[in-house]
Design a protein around this ligand. Structure first.
Ligand code: WT7
Length: 653
């Protein structure tokens, strides 16, 4: 995969199409004006922007923030009260009760359904009443471990309605990973389904929950939605079928008034060290951010059909399948399947079937489809498409151009949106009617965001330059803490460059002030747009009886963006073999989940270390990248000869 730096493609600029600019929410002039205002007077700007929501008690304070260690706090609209589910449903009932709120498209192309705002209200109220019946109270954590069935969105909104804090665990995570997340936030309730279905294959969710609960003792109730109808074990007193609990529950449930700073959800994400962190988002500021970015970044107009292909298990699904679009009264499409099933034309068939206007996906999907050629795209119409989006990792210019020319037929702007689980919503992005596009660049900051580049010492760099990406001040969608570990929140994001939020990403700013995200500068790798901590994969490997030491790095992968490369030292007495290699790869898969399974695994009799015993990852990365010509200084190694051995047996030839 080309990194694109300095290529022809990177020089190309695609001006805003006049057909888009004429009708867009903002053109470039307006963008600059609003951006300037948002930076000059955040209180005034966000005070006004907060009015896009309905507050049961209006706020009088807008912003109260400190990034200092002694007093780290982030508060927005702190004396306001609102309910997120009310804002996503009830307030639309009068004007758009009969409009489609969610279009659900099944894994099986013959299955789809449409739920109006009115119906959504009833479903969510009933779901909320079931949760209450189980004993769920305001502030309780509820773990959601579900497939992409429409009930997943009901479950989220039902939690929001009664003030419970959801923690969604992606359905692809293992029982061990699920148990860790359930325990970390002391969740007493789990919502799951008998099974999920993806790409024609069944995923045994309930069975995984049963397995997880061997290591999670605080769980009182497991609510199970019947999906495939397969037989599952139900433990008396603990496990409850949704349809049984729902029989006879009321179809009305009053939304619980919540403080703006009451938690809405926790979402676990990997970092460079330790176990995954519970990123905590609160109610008011988060929803302002999700809804405002959804409207402006996708130039969403009333009546349009909007489709984000993410899973609700990731933050993209939270902000841009459920909360942002529904807060805006949009029609949002929720897809259970995968891009390649039944065949590589599926995305575009769904676009035609439901007349999708705005389509938001990940570069890894584009690259995988690009490989299948143009025919699967060309046999569909795609005339309804107006705006395309990309998220999760840098999109290489080749994939960008294919997306633009083949999928969008040169007619649809691509918004390459940079953001993170921690940011709650989109931070750096083009706006369809305002920003001339450069393939591979996330381009310009959204309102209120002041991105800066700093060197290793924290010195701010000016002009066209490469550096570490920081954000100077807070924005309403910012995470508020790491659940249960405020000190870790400080250490992770605010200690490297005091007074600033450090993103963990590197970036370049060009002469036009466009940002080009270059990728993580920490020990985090990005596999198919999903974040994986190398330390997590390493600790899974060393938990295996045969492993004495492991080091994991990323390497360029044609489809996934980055692949996982593991170096493993076996304990003495265990000999390297294809069998043990397979066993270790499966082991990681079962410890964390398929997304964490190493693509390449090399047995290493020794790992390169400094004399003080620190593994030299820079060297391991170079070998994994097959770039051993530029290993740099190896003189500080305790045993320089291990490097030759590793190069000799490298896997990425
Ligand atoms: C990391 C955040 C944001 C939802 C999906 C991932 C990378 C994300 C882009 C982009 C370049 C990107 C960054 C970031 N990333 N979007 N448009 N261009 N890089 O959320 O799991 O929290 O990962 O994804 O490295 O730090 P996440």
């Amino acid at each position: 995969m080309a990194d694109g730096s300095g290529t022809q493609n990177e020089q190309a600029v695609f001006p805003v199409p006049s057909s888009i600019a004429e009708h867009a929410h903002v053109d470039n002039e307006r963008y600059l004006e609003m951006y300037k205002a948002s930076i000059a007077d955040p209180e005034a700007f966000w005070g006004e922007a907060g009015k896009r929501l309905d507050w049961s008690k209006p706020y009088t304070k807008v912003k109260d923030v400190s990034f200092d260690q002694s007093d780290l706090h982030i508060r927005w609209y702190e004396d306001g009260e609102l309910n997120v589910s009310y804002n996503c449903i009830d307030r639309h009932l009068e004007t758009r009760g009969e409009q489609a709120a969610i279009i659900w498209e099944g894994d099986d192309p013959n299955q789809s359904k449409t739920v109006t705002y009115h119906q959504l209200h009833e479903h969510v109220c009933r779901f909320a009443n079931v949760l209450k019946k189980l004993g769920v109270k305001k502030g309780d954590r509820v773990t959601i471990y579900m497939p992409m069935i429409i009930e997943a969105s009901y479950a989220m909104l039902a939690c929001a309605r009664i003030g419970a804090v959801h923690s969604i665990v992606f359905g692809g995570f293992s029982p061990e990973a699920l148990a860790g997340r359930v325990n970390d936030c002391d969740s007493e309730y789990i919502i799951t389904a008998d099974e999920g279905v993806r790409g024609g294959k069944n995923v045994p969710l309930k069975k995984n929950v049963d397995e997880a609960l061997k290591h999670a003792f605080g769980v009182k109730k497991v609510l199970v939605v019947e999906n495939t109808g397969t037989q599952v074990a139900m433990k008396g007193g603990r496990d409850v079928w949704w349809h049984e609990a729902a029989a006879g529950v009321d179809e009305f449930c009053d939304p619980e008034p919540m403080n703006a700073e009451d938690p809405l959800f926790i979402l676990y994400t990997s970092g460079s060290t330790g176990k995954p962190k519970g990123v905590l988002h609160t109610s008011g500021g988060y929803l302002v951010w999700a809804s405002m970015t959804h409207e402006y970044v996708f130039d969403y107009k009333d009546g349009e059909v909007y489709w984000c292909t993410a899973d609700v298990g990731w933050v993209t699904g939270h902000s841009y399948i459920v909360y942002g679009p529904l807060a805006n009264g949009a029609t949002t499409l929720m897809f259970e399947g995968v891009p390649s099933y039944p065949d590589a034309s599926r995305f575009w068939q769904v676009v035609d079937k439901h007349n999708v206007n705005i389509f938001y996906t990940a570069p890894t999907a584009i690259r995988a489809l690009m490989r299948e050629g143009e025919a699967p795209v060309k046999k569909t119409s795609r005339k309804s498409l107006r705006v395309l989006g990309s998220v999760g990792e840098p999109i290489n210019p080749e994939a960008w151009l294919w997306y633009y020319n083949v999928v969008g037929e040169g007619r649809c702007p691509i918004v390459d949106t940079w953001w993170q689980t921690e940011t709650g919503g989109i931070m750096i992005t083009p706006l369809p009617g305002a920003t001339d596009l450069k393939p591979g660049s996330a381009s310009k900051p959204f309102f209120g965001i002041n991105p800066i580049l700093v060197d290793a010492d924290g010195k701010e760099l000016e002009g066209a330059v490469d550096g570490n990406l920081c954000i100077t001040d807070s924005w309403p969608g910012q995470m508020r803490t790491v659940f249960g570990d405020h000190e870790r929140f400080f250490q992770t994001y605010f200690s490297t460059y005091p007074g600033r939020y450090f993103t963990g990403d590197g970036a370049r700013r060009d002469e036009d002030g466009y940002f080009w995200i270059t990728g993580r500068v920490d020990d985090v790798i990005n596999v198919s747009g999903h974040r994986m901590g190398t330390a997590e994969v390493e600790s899974a490997l060393v938990a295996h009886d045969s492993v004495s030491e492991a080091a994991v790095v990323g390497y360029p992968h044609d489809i996934k963006g980055q692949g996982i490369y593991a170096y493993v030292t076996l304990i003495s007495g265990v000999e390297p073999s294809d069998e043990i290699k397979k066993e270790l790869i499966n082991w990681v898969r079962s410890e964390i989940g398929p997304i964490a399974s190493p693509d390449l695994l090399q047995f290493a009799p020794g790992l390169p270390k400094t004399r003080s015993g620190k593994i030299m990852r820079r060297i391991l990365r170079k070998i994994a990248e097959n770039d051993y010509g530029s290993l740099g200084d190896t003189s500080t190694l305790a045993e320089p000869e291990v490097v030759d051995e590793l190069i000799e047996n490298r896997q990425n030839r």
